[in-house]
Design a protein around this ligand. Structure first.
Ligand SMILES: Nc1ncnc2c1ncn2[C@@H]1O[C@H](COP(=O)(O)OP(=O)(O)O)[C@@H](O)[C@H]1O
Ligand SMILES: [Mg+2]
Length: 252
């Protein structure tokens, strides 16, 4: 199982949408996919058409050691599996702070299910919190998700410091799988952002960029991935191409 985390401490950059649709694309190519929501907003489950109810085990119970990962896995209508979470997980931050080895809680919890999947894709919260650190510690690769419609490179420098620290202290195999540009347009600004990303992460920017797309913006509200909601959307083809690029990079 390859574990990839979509991250950026900024909100609204397309992390959740990209985690879901990259997972859906990989799943349609025949790979066994587990989606993991680490954001207490619980948007990934909602976007995938899965709503945990109060009695269901979620990521929160898994992190606290009260449920096994396998007990929190739900089948999403799109054909992939997901461990959803909800707002209760916001308490985990404080509750888990004093736990010894807390950074490894997710990594250790996923061992139980790793033989069942080809890919685990983690959606992360809009912060560089201990929860995000757990995600980075469990991951093989980071997919930095950034909008092509503003120069957000300062946030990326901070993110890179965090990734470097995790790679040094907790997870030496951690690597950048790639930089994903979202909300891409045919503008000079998008070109400049792509150039800056290229300078910051030479050779790492994915050729596939995700366009601004009304359908893609609507799909999460319908609880569907783009392949179900609007299979002919340009962004469906883009997420499919992104999945191919990811597979190639992991091979090479
Ligand atoms: N390429 C896109 N084009 C149009 N709307 C998008 C696109 N990607 C994401 N969105 C919309 O933008 C909002 C933020 O995306 P989201 O994936 O939730 O960001 P994050 O998880 O980084 O906070 C959501 O309402 C989503 O539907
Ligand atoms: Mg999100």
């Amino acid at each position: 199982m390859k574990t990839l985390i979509f991250t950026n401490q900024k909100g609204g950059v397309g992390k959740t949408v990209s985690t879901l649709n990259t997972g859906a694309a990989l799943s349609r190519k025949g790979y066994r996919v587990l989606l993991i929501d680490l954001d207490p907003q619980g948007d990934l489950g909602t976007a995938a058409g899965v709503e945990p109810d109060e009695n269901d085990a979620t990521m929160y119970e898994v992190l606290k050691g009260e449920a096994r990962a396998s007990e929190a896995i739900v089948k999403a209508p799109g054909g992939y599996d997901i461990i959803p979470t909800d707002i209760r997980q916001s308490a985990a931050e404080l509750e888990l702070a004093p736990v010894i080895g807390r950074d490894f809680l997710l990594k250790n919890a996923l061992r139980e299910v790793e033989s069942r999947y080809d890919f685990a894709l983690i959606d992360s919260p809009r912060s560089l919190s201990i929860i995000t650190i757990m995600g980075l510690t469990a991951a093989d690769g980071v997919i930095v998700t950034m909008r092509a419609d503003y120069l957000g490179i300062k946030a990326i420098v901070q993110l890179r410091d965090t990734v470097d620290m995790v790679a040094r202290q907790l997870n030496p195999k951690l690597d950048y799988t790639g930089i994903l540009l979202t909300f891409n347009k045919r503008t000079n600004l998008s070109k400049r952002v792509a150039e800056q990303a290229q300078e910051g992460f030479p050779g790492k920017v994915f050729d596939t960029k995700i366009s601004v797309d009304v359908k893609l913006g609507e799909a999460p509200g319908a609880g569907q991935d783009i392949f179900t909601y609007s299979p002919r959307a340009t962004t469906a083809a883009q997420y499919s191409a992104l999945a191919d690029e990811i597979i190639d990079r992991l091979k090479g």
